[in-house]
Design a protein around this ligand. Structure first.
Ligand code: HEC
Ligand code: HEC
Length: 409
């Protein structure tokens, strides 16, 4: 019965089928999707393990108290972002008043993310790869185990309690069938299977559809407007946006996988402190320093051992960026245009961004050397012209809007 419903749901083109299915079977706590869904699931059907991953991803029974699923913060209608509907740039957990420290990034286009390591870039070795804003999980499997037990997210006390919910839930039989009759005997082993199912779901076509206008243009099936074309130029030209040096795009390739709009490397943008984040507002000594902590605790990544990692965050993909507000690791910007404008005038009009007059106020002064002030678009000095004028900012934003999946000519 359950499997039949599921097959029916994934057979329908698009998300609406998926939502109809979950709406019918999920507890009432799960909210309706926003109108205007832009991300399409693969209508060719999912493998049993991918289907399980989907069930788990949308299962709002799996938090403590119940009511929050992965999709509460990774809403398909918002390209798998959403912060559980808060407006302060960080997510609300399953308990009232429990806010996280970072903006929810999209869970899309991570199927090929490499493990944390380093790459060659402009003649230097720079850190790259990994999952989370600070790359502290090596794989989607590692990542998927985190939110269930994070007290500021789904807040389960231990694997046993999580697995008990799955073992008594509506897809327990499918779970046993896919992973073995005795899979629920050991909570740790069952948790590995949960994580592997979620990761398999996150690697499906639905999470990397490559169905934007940009992709259509690359395949020769659509044409940019003049403004979008100018925006792409500004995005790639080194002396202008130079955006593509981090947000990778390969215009010459018809293979969209060459244009993930990230090289998964780490950089310090020197962003202003967000006082909307409760932790920032109440604790002036607290700094989110990305690669050197406080959440990345493995390897040589403490402020003492790796001062060069302080302030660096992973380059996020810009695919679907028009749907993923707010922006940056601290959810500082509500509007895409502001995120782009920051690059344009960070150094020429810094008072606009650092209203307390203290430039780079979200990173202790001893680490300011980690913030690039030489490579475009960061090479301007106070009093000079902005790196991008208003019209050029608009052009880039117009181009970024072509990265939304589900484009229909
Ligand atoms: C309460 C909100 C919330 C819930 C619930 C939640 N996430 Fe997240 N997710 C976040 C935030 C915030 C981050 C970034 C955290 C960081 O970088 O330290 C994140 C990061 C991620 C990433 C990494 C994206 C990247 O670019 O590296 C993936 C993948 C992900 N979550 C999947 C999941 C899955 C799977 C679940 C359910 C098991 C889940 N999330 C539940 C808020 C949430
Ligand atoms: C040197 C590398 C680099 C360059 C060049 C660069 N970016 Fe970024 N970009 C990043 C990093 C790193 C982040 C995340 C920073 C953070 O949150 O701390 C980011 C974040 C963003 C975001 C927010 C995305 C989100 O999901 O929150 C947007 C939009 C963006 N960049 C657009 C651009 C544009 C447009 C340009 C060119 C004008 C550009 N970037 C140039 C590295 C770069």
């Amino acid at each position: 019965m359950h499997r039949k419903l599921l097959t029916l749901a994934v057979a329908l083109p698009g998300l609406i089928g998926i939502f109809a299915y979950f709406h019918a079977t999920r507890p009432a706590a799960q909210e309706q999707p926003a109108p205007g869904l832009h991300v399409n699931f693969n209508d060719k059907g999912l493998t049993p393990k991918e289907s399980l991953g989907m069930n788990i991803f949308f299962d709002a029974r799996l938090s403590e108290p119940a009511g929050q699923s992965c999709a509460s913060c990774h809403d398909p209608a918002r390209a798998f972002t959403g912060n559980n509907k808060t407006t302060i740039g960080v997510a609300l957990g399953s308990r009232p008043g429990m806010f996280g420290f970072r903006d929810t990034p999209t869970a899309m286009y991570l199927a090929t993310v490499p493990k944390f390591g380093s790459i060659d870039k402009d003649g230097n070795r720079v850190p790259a790869g990994g999952v989370f804003w600070d790359g502290r999980a090596d794989t989607l499997e590692d990542q998927a185990k985190g939110p269930f037990f994070n007290p500021l997210e789904m807040n389960n006390p231990d694997p046993q309690s999580l697995i008990a919910k799955i073992a008594s839930g509506p897809y327990a039989a499918e779970f046993r069938k896919a992973w073995g009759e005795r899979i629920f005997d050991t909570a740790e082993t069952a948790l590995d299977a949960v994580a592997a199912s979620i990761a398999a779901f996150e690697r499906t076509h639905a999470f990397q559809p490559f169905s934007s206008k940009f992709d259509a243009v690359m395949r020769g099936e659509a044409k940019f407007t003049e403004q979008e074309q100018r925006g792409l130029g500004l995005f790639t030209i080194r002396q202008k946006g130079n955006c593509a040096s981090c947000h990778t795009v390969d215009e010459a390739s018809r293979d969209p996988k060459k244009s993930l709009f990230t090289d998964f490397s780490y950089h310090a943008l020197g962003l202003p402190r967000s006082m909307r984040i409760p932790k920032n507002a109440t604790d002036p000594a607290y700094f989110d320093m990305g690669l050197c902590g406080p959440f990345r605790t493995t390897g040589d990544t403490t402020p003492e051992k790796d001062p060069q990692g302080c302030g660096l965050f992973k380059v996020p993909t810009l695919r679907n960026v028009a749907l993923t507000a707010p922006y940056m690791h601290n959810g500082l910007f509500d509007h895409l245009r502001d995120a782009v404008a920051y690059y344009a005038t960070r150094d020429t009009d810094s008072k606009k961004w650092f209203t307390d007059g203290k430039k780079f106020n979200d990173l202790p002064a001893q680490f300011h050397a980690n913030i690039d002030v030489e490579t475009p678009p960061y090479q301007r000095r106070p009093g000079q012209r902005a790196q991008l004028n208003d019209e050029e900012i608009d052009d880039i934003v117009a181009f970024l809007r072509t990265l939304t999946d589900g484009y229909k000519p």
